[in-house]
Design a protein. Structure first.
Length: 262
């Protein structure tokens, strides 16, 4: 099946934006997983696997968006940015492969991000977790409003080195640090209930958080900057340096603690 036939078969029918985001993230994640299996069998690894995976996923996602949402603007980590998106009413914010290191190491903790910003807000999003055969999206039922209920809270952190701010917060709150891979996977771990919070203060871009934040908001989780201010997307400068995603009952305690240690 050539690409045009595949696009018509997979995306040739009308879908609401949330279902479309889910479908697109799932397709890109499946393609990345299949490519990695083939590439590793052929001895391709390291930087080449990262770069080729990123490029293939970007090509697939951009082809689908041109076909199914041709009038929408796009902000993607792997594509040249355009000022035209700043005046657009609808902007897809994409990370075609979140966690290239984990992907190239044949780990499961990487993701694909697809989010839609419209007129000032994130209105749809999906995070594909191919290593778990799961897609989290705004169009699927589910809530994440459980409470910690007195146990030690769990905070997702980098598997290489926990940032000092997060370590300090964990010390004060007697929280357990849980190492894991990509930014999207960490945020998704909060959505899935594997951990209670994800705190990031080391610098990110809009595509690193837009999709998981859209899903987290739909599940009634707290999302904000680490000073408690709102996360803003489709900005002229897509740099978005810090992030807090957590269970709602922990938000005030975490924000107060962060303010004391940062």
């Amino acid at each position: 099946m050539d690409q045009e036939e595949w696009l018509k078969t997979e995306f040739g029918h009308a879908e609401d934006d949330a279902t479309f985001a889910h479908h697109l993230a799932e397709a890109a994640g499946r393609a990345l997983a299949d490519f990695r299996t083939e590439a590793l069998a052929e001895g391709l690894d390291g930087k080449k696997l990262k770069d080729q995976g990123d490029a293939r996923s970007q090509q697939l996602i951009s082809s689908v968006l041109r076909f199914a949402r041709p009038h929408d603007a796009v902000l993607s980590e792997e594509a040249t940015d355009s000022e035209e998106r700043l005046s657009a009413g609808r902007v897809w914010i994409i990370d075609p492969l979140d966690g290239t290191r984990e992907y190239s190491e044949d780990r499961h903790d990487w993701a694909v991000h697809v989010a839609l910003w419209s007129d000032g807000s994130l209105v749809a999003g999906a995070v594909a977790l191919p290593g778990l055969d799961t897609v989290l999206s705004t169009g699927r039922e589910g809530t994440s409003d459980a409470t910690v209920n007195g146990r030690r809270p769990k905070i997702a952190v980098s598997r290489s080195r926990a940032p000092q701010l997060v370590t300090d917060v964990a010390d004060i709150l007697d929280a357990e640090l849980v190492p894991m891979g990509s930014a999207g996977y960490k945020a998704a771990a909060v959505i899935r209930g594997e951990v209670d919070a994800y705190i990031h203060a080391g610098g990110q871009y809009e595509w690193d958080s837009a999709a998981p934040v859209a899903v987290a908001q739909a599940r009634r989780l707290h999302t904000s900057r680490i000073d408690g201010s709102s996360l803003r997307y489709n900005q002229a400068d897509p740099y978005l340096p810090d992030l807090l995603v957590c269970r709602a009952d922990l938000a005030d305690q975490l924000l107060n603690t962060i303010s004391k240690v940062k």
